[in-house]
Design a protein around this ligand. Structure first.
Ligand code: SDX
Length: 384
């Protein structure tokens, strides 16, 4: 490229910004690994606590290490009255993602290690954030419904306790396993928009709370983490499953994006969506009412989208497509889908930040100026 040639990559498409050992995505083969482990085996055999340890510490824990990590998370679960007050003041008038980013930002005022940027302190902060974000999401769900905060039950695992704090009763084994699976599947995914946002903020040496708050802000958008809530909204708008094909036809004709489909990296079925799809068909076949209707609509939409845009355009279901009806079955309201995504992804965001900081370089891409230069300043009284 000679000095004048400028190659702009909108949205940094195809640009590598760092080396990493946290996650690998093969978008052509539709494969995903966390720290070298295939997502399928982690989804089948691991737990969110174990995956969080794997992402943050870099290897699978021994039994004693996992037990101590799980205890650390439990110790950090509860939140202060100040944070509860902030949540309560916003929960019934703001979107849960806006409440979450505000509460997480406020947590920084309570962390005595806030400005300690050592790897050890940052790891401890990542554990606190992982423990508390799940609690905050449950508290938002409660207070949004006009209910009181429920204190954590430390006899329960991470996912189980989340559902207990949200609903007031301990979940059955199937629901607890599903929520744990959703936390595992949402924990990490390379330098997606929210992870990149986290890294850009952290690269200025702002603290981990500032970086994670940036990640939460970026995740909210319907093109990213907000797609799960948007996909369910679409399915509910379709109503009778028999309307599905016409709805999709009209949307595509109007150049509308169908939420839950397509991906910057996957040009085939998102392996996480594949894992959820088997849960989806199983639960759908056992359900009645809205979940059954949503399942039928989703499967018809999936069939049509794959026929229309799958092989030809590389637009396939992604992780956000099947989540909605499953969360509804589990008793999670739609506005909490993306906050739960954030409460899982805090582990991936933190893992990338902890990996990037030791050889930190502030992000400062270039932009190609195409405006005018050296214009003559005209006094306001002389402007026509
Ligand atoms: C997540 O990056 C990650 O890893 C993210 C994530 C993670 O775990 O962090 O995997 C989570 O965000 C999953 C994606 C959730 N978002 C959605 O489901 C929203 C719908 N999808 C699209 O907005 C889109 O597919 C993106 C944003 C996901 C990817 O967008 P790209 O790579 O920038 O592609 P594009 O928008 O430039 O689209 C290319 C073409 C366009 O057509 P043309 O203008 O060239 O004719 O494909 C079309 C688009 O219109 N297209 C779609 C479509 N997605 C792309 N058409 C209809 N429906 C869609 N969903």
């Amino acid at each position: 490229m000679n000095g004048n040639e400028v190659k702009i990559s909108i949205g940094l498409e195809g640009i590598y910004i760092a080396e990493t050992k946290v996650c690998k995505i093969d978008g052509i083969a539709g494969k995903l690994w966390y720290r070298g482990y295939p997502i399928e085996s982690l989804a089948a055999d691991s737990s969110f606590e174990e995956v969080a340890y794997l992402l943050l510490y870099g290897s699978l824990p021994k039994k004693t290490e996992l037990d101590s990590f799980a205890e650390q998370l439990k110790k950090e679960r509860d939140i202060s009255d100040n944070i509860k007050m902030i949540i309560k003041s916003l929960a019934q008038k703001s979107h849960p993602m806006d409440v979450l980013r505000t509460a997480v930002s406020a947590l920084s005022s309570e962390d005595p290690e806030l400005t300690d940027n050592s790897p050890e302190a940052n790891l401890r902060k990542a554990v606190r954030l992982t423990a508390k974000m799940t609690t905050i999401v449950a508290a938002i769900g409660r207070m949004r419904a006009g209910k009181d905060y429920i204190k954590p039950d430390n006899s329960l695992g991470h996912a189980e306790n989340f559902m207990y704090m949200l609903s007031g009763s301990k979940p059955n084994k199937e629901v607890a396993k599903f929520i744990d699976l959703m936390l595992v599947l949402h924990a990490e995914h390379g330098t997606n928009a929210s992870t990149f946002s986290t890294m850009v903020t952290g690269s200025t040496l702002a603290d981990l709370y500032a970086a994670i708050t940036s990640g939460i802000c970026a995740l909210k958008g319907p093109l990213h983490g907000g797609a799960d809530e948007a996909a369910l909204k679409m399915m509910r708008t379709i109503g009778d499953p028999a309307n599905t094909e016409k709805y999709i036809e009209d949307a595509l004709a109007g150049k509308q994006k169908i939420m839950g489909f397509g991906h910057r990296v996957y040009k085939t079925y998102d392996p996480r969506a594949k894992i959820l799809r088997s849960w989806f068909t199983d639960i759908g076949s056992k359900s009645s009412g809205e979940v059954k209707t949503l399942t039928e609509t989703a499967l018809r939409a999936e069939k049509m989208m794959i026929e229309r845009l799958g092989a030809s355009h590389g637009i396939w279901p992604n992780i956000d497509f099947f989540s909605g009806p499953l969360y509804i079955w589990a008793g999670v309201p739609a506005e909490l889908f993306t906050p739960i995504f954030a409460a899982a992804r805090v582990t991936g965001w933190s893992a990338h930040m902890l990996e990037y900081w030791p050889n930190n370089k502030i992000f400062r891409p270039l932009d190609h100026y195409t405006g005018q230069l050296d214009l003559k300043y005209i006094n306001i009284n002389d402007r026509k």
